[in-house]
Design a protein around this ligand. Structure first.
Ligand SMILES: Cc1cc2nc3c(=O)[nH]c(=O)nc-3n(C[C@H](O)[C@H](O)[C@H](O)COP(=O)(O)OP(=O)(O)OC[C@H]3O[C@@H](n4cnc5c(N)ncnc54)[C@H](O)[C@@H]3O)c2cc1C
Ligand SMILES: NC(=O)c1ccc[n+]([C@@H]2O[C@H](COP(=O)([O-])OP(=O)(O)OC[C@H]3O[C@@H](n4cnc5c(N)ncnc54)[C@H](O)[C@@H]3O)[C@@H](O)[C@H]2O)c1
Length: 500
């Protein structure tokens, strides 16, 4: 490959997502004269706009798809190459694209992102959602659908079940409560009433210091409908709430073939056992697999023994890092989740190769309050820091791990509530060695604080609590809070004054 090099760049970045684009921006601003190439498979790049630093570690921004010419106009030394990388030879420092061109690099950053980890790879009735195209395909199929099954319990599932209208949604989750990647069962209970839109309730304050929640029985189910007049079905607690859409599909109408109400049925603590087409199902000798009335194109048998027919299945079951084109013939260390291992300078195990965003796994010794999650925020932070590391290395300057990796922080929206997650928000890695303080005002806010040894180590803030900055400080300064006890969450005390 080495002798076929069309050109050698000082820096090559692969991937036009948030991580790659932020890395390009950072490198270009630090070394404006450097010859730099961005190789990306898609026609567009993803840009961060309206960036706002909310507090020391919390940030908010929009993500916009833009033509790559915007980036080239801004940075004259940048060449954007629209092609996918087919292979990499780290020894000769060169990569080949699918259109047969070979480029050399002095330093390379891989920002290839991830792809949906689908329940099954080759079933036309199983969809994943990742990019604009897959979101549009989902929208198209949904417009003709009467019933879909959503499998998974993370970010995408939470957004979809809330957003889809005019189509029955059966939501199969592995866990005892919804949204397990982001919350605990208490927060899930706070959010569940929102699945029944248009039912305003007067807020009633309740302060709890002990963590107790009602959970559905194993294999239990609950049904929620946005229809004001509809009766609740199934088992378990249900309450009322309200509705709105998440940012990624703003502007896309997510409506099924039916008019009117949204209806979500939850199947707890179950996974997908098998997926059948209607023909396969009719041939099946097993009585348990007989469909209910009506004929659906596809049937899903769950591990709780139930079988549901539907128009298609959404597999919202996480992502796998896009590493394949880079591995063959090289010696990359991979993490258990399949990501390229990176150290505290975002360097992979191969010389002069860095990685950032969803494709990599942070393998340095983490700060006690930080963990990796595959999110826009972290893709931006990693891309930015990697750009700084690459520049520092060529300029022989020292560089230390950035402050943004001190504390995990994420702002998002679920079920139309602002959600802020800080530190070890679910007591991750703390075993049983922590205590929770919870304040919950139905329909308004849910505040959970995780304390370990009397010090705050994490928090979940749902609603407009205005507590994020104070709690961020308390986590960062590790003040002993033992003497404040439950007063810490007393809504009648202005907590900011308290700590002045
Ligand atoms: C539906 C959905 C909603 C989400 N919502 C949120 C949210 O609300 N908040 C949040 O924080 N996070 C959210 N995320 C997660 C977030 O989008 C990702 O963590 C983030 O985009 C990762 O950025 P990245 O740059 O690492 O990868 P990507 O954005 O996936 O970019 C990868 C880039 O690499 C290119 N590429 C891949 N392979 C090659 C190759 N071989 N050669 C050349 N180019 C290649 C691709 O074309 C793409 O441009 C959401 C994800 C999804 C799917
Ligand atoms: N608002 C947000 O912050 C937001 C919104 C959407 C997506 N995202 C991000 O986008 C990426 C993709 O989202 P996602 O929801 O697919 O991933 P996710 O990692 O958030 O959630 C995956 C879920 O699927 C479940 N799961 C995994 N394998 C399963 C199986 N075989 N059967 C049943 N359940 C299974 C997991 O338990 C988990 O609940 C993630 O990195 C996520 O963090 C973030």
């Amino acid at each position: 490959m080495a002798d076929r090099k069309e050109k050698t760049f000082r820096f090559v970045i692969v991937g036009g997502g948030i991580a790659g684009v932020t890395c390009v921006e950072q490198l270009s601003s630090q070394i404006p004269s450097a010859d730099l190439a961005l190789i990306t498979a898609g026609p567009h790049i993803k840009a961060v706009t309206n960036y706002k630093q909310v507090s020391k570690t919390l940030e908010e921004f929009d993500v916009e798809e833009q033509p790559s010419s915007v980036l080239e106009e801004k940075f004259p030394n940048l060449t954007v190459i629209h092609s996918a990388v087919k292979s990499l030879d780290t020894q000769s420092h060169s990569l080949e694209t699918t259109d047969g061109r070979v480029f050399g690099y002095e330093k390379l950053c891989i920002c290839g992102g991830g792809r949906p980890k689908l329940l099954t790879q080759d079933n036309p009735y199983v969809l994943g959602i990742r990019d604009t195209d897959s979101a549009q395909e989902f929208q198209k199929r949904l417009s003709k659908a009467k019933r879909i099954i959503v499998v998974g319990n993370g970010g995408i599932a939470l957004e979809l079940v809330y957003e889809v209208d005019g189509c029955e949604v059966i939501w199969a989750v592995k866990d005892k409560a919804i949204g397990n990647t982001f919350f605990d069962a208490g927060a899930a209970q706070f959010l569940i009433p929102s699945l029944e839109a248009d039912k305003p309730e007067r807020a009633a304050l309740c302060k709890r210091t002990r963590y107790t929640t009602e959970e559905p029985a194993p294999g239990g189910s609950q049904t929620f409908t946005a229809d004001r007049n509809a009766r609740r079905q199934g088992t378990g607690p249900t309450e009322a709430g309200s509705a709105l859409g998440p940012d990624w599909h703003e502007g896309i109408v997510l409506r099924g073939a039916e008019q009117g109400t949204r209806r979500v049925s939850l199947e707890y603590q179950c996974e997908v056992e098998q997926i059948f087409t209607s023909e396969e199902l009719l041939k099946s000798p097993q009585q348990t697999l007989r469909p209910e009335n009506g004929s659906w194109p596809v049937y899903v048998q769950l591990t709780n023994g139930k079988t549901f027919g539907c128009d298609f299945v959404v597999s919202a079951t996480g992502v796998v890092p896009n590493t394949e084109p880079f591995l063959h013939g090289n010696n990359f260390a991979l993490a258990d989740d399949g990501g390229l291992q990176v150290d505290d300078h975002m360097m992979t195990s191969e010389p002069d190769v860095y990685a950032a965003g969803d494709v990599c796994t942070a393998c340095w010794e983490h700060s006690p309050m930080w963990q990796q999650m595959r999110l826009w925020t972290q893709a931006r932070q990693m891309g930015w820091y990697t750009g700084r590391c690459m520049a520092a290395h060529v300029l022989s300057e020292p560089i230390e791990l950035d402050f943004c990796f001190e504390l995990f922080s994420h702002i998002t929206k679920f079920f139309n509530y602002k959600v802020v997650l800080l530190g070890k928000f679910n007591g991750q890695g703390l075993g049983l060695d922590y205590e929770l303080l919870i304040r919950c005002t139905k329909g308004q806010e849910y505040v959970k604080v995780v304390l370990s040894g009397g010090r705050m180590v994490g928090a979940v803030l749902i609603g407009d609590t205005d507590l994020e900055e104070t709690f961020e400080n308390l986590i960062l300064n590790q003040m002993d809070l033992t003497r404040y006890g439950e007063e810490l969450l007393n809504p009648n005390i202005d907590i900011e004054d308290y700590f002045d």
